[in-house]
Design a protein around this ligand. Structure first.
Ligand code: HEC
Ligand code: HEC
Length: 263
């Protein structure tokens, strides 16, 4: 129970102590029932997400649709291979990250899109967190809006899921706190004006009011790592992609909300 006390104290230091309530038993179990980050938002922010005209994330989705149709001399458009309006890719994002058969590497959507650019379009990779990569990723993930997460963690994916799980349960940073301590053990409690959610990736890329932009799931990981004063990993790092896979397995059945709106 020492662990509970340590995190409890730290949370009490940063959040309003009275609001934190009694510490729950430290479970190390995936949260149950599963709740999307959406359920922890204010009604105003929820309304912003659900209204496709007001949700600023759709600016990136629309830009992604334009990029998807962009054909050049000697370099086909995404749409040339995956059908206009992306019909062939509906539901695909629910199975990501996934192992690429050709290279054996685990790819998230950003990695898959960049692989298609190099392999099938003979174009340069897009920079992680560039508006173009965010737009294409939001567009492709948006084609799976409402689909239940169902990533494979068997076979060649197993070792990656294991690596992601290790990262999730490892304490780090000056505060010496692991992801699971906040998102498994303390979800529902207050921290610096936020309500800690279960830490699912089902809304990403997501528009964060704090960022005034859409951002990738890795940007969110980096914020959480920095929050405990740990050195964040590089965008697109293999470990963050593996973490993404572990989070997907932990969120199996939760519906994709991209582009979500978050505080
Ligand atoms: C000190 C507590 C704390 C730790 C440790 C922490 N987070 Fe978070 N995390 C938060 C808070 C606060 C938010 C913003 C509110 C929310 O959505 O939970 C957040 C948000 C998230 C979200 C976005 C959820 C959504 O629906 O938008 C994800 C995903 C996430 N964290 C994953 C992680 C991962 C992975 C780790 C470990 C690398 C981690 N967090 C470590 C507190 C923490
Ligand atoms: C010349 C044809 C071609 C073009 C152009 C192309 N792709 Fe692909 N794409 C493929 C093939 C083939 C695969 C299967 C994996 C492989 O062999 O690389 C694939 C796989 C994918 C997948 C994963 C599908 C799955 O079921 O896992 C996504 C997502 C995707 N492409 C998106 C894109 C996007 C976005 C673009 C434009 C930036 C694009 N592709 C351009 C041929 C293409």
């Amino acid at each position: 129970m020492i662990r509970t006390v340590v995190v409890g104290c730290w949370l009490a230091l940063t959040a309003a102590c009275g609001e934190a309530g009694p510490a729950r038993d430290v479970s190390s179990m995936a949260p149950s029932p599963l709740k999307s980050g959406y359920e922890f938002l204010t009604p105003e922010t929820q309304a912003l997400q659900t209204d496709a005209f007001a949700n600023p994330g759709f600016l990136w989705v629309d830009r992604g649709a334009v990029l998807f149709a962009d054909a050049r001399e000697g370099s086909p458009a995404c749409a040339s291979c995956h059908e206009a309006n992306g019909e062939a890719l509906q539901g695909v994002a629910a199975h990501y990250p996934a192992v690429d058969e050709t290279s054996g590497r685990l790819l998230n959507l950003e990695g898959r899109i960049n692989t298609c650019r190099e392999r099938h379009q003979k174009r340069d990779r897009l920079d992680y967190e560039s508006d173009d990569l965010l737009a294409l990723t939001a567009y492709v993930a948006g084609l799976s809006r409402g689909a239940p997460i169902a990533a494979s963690v068997g076979g060649p994916a197993a070792k990656y899921a294991e690596r992601g799980r290790d990262y999730f349960y490892t304490r780090r940073g000056q505060f010496n706190i692991s992801c699971n301590q906040c998102h498994n053990d303390y979800w529902g409690q207050k921290l610096r004006g936020d309500t800690i959610s279960q830490g699912h990736g089902n809304g990403f890329p997501a528009y964060r009011l704090e960022w005034q932009s859409i951002g990738s799931l890795h940007r969110r990981f980096r914020d959480c790592d920095a929050g405990v004063r740990a050195e964040p990993l590089e965008y697109g790092s293999d470990t963050y992609v593996a973490l993404e896979l572990y989070l997907a397995s932990r969120a199996e059945g939760l519906l994709i909300e991209t582009p979500a709106v978050r505080r």
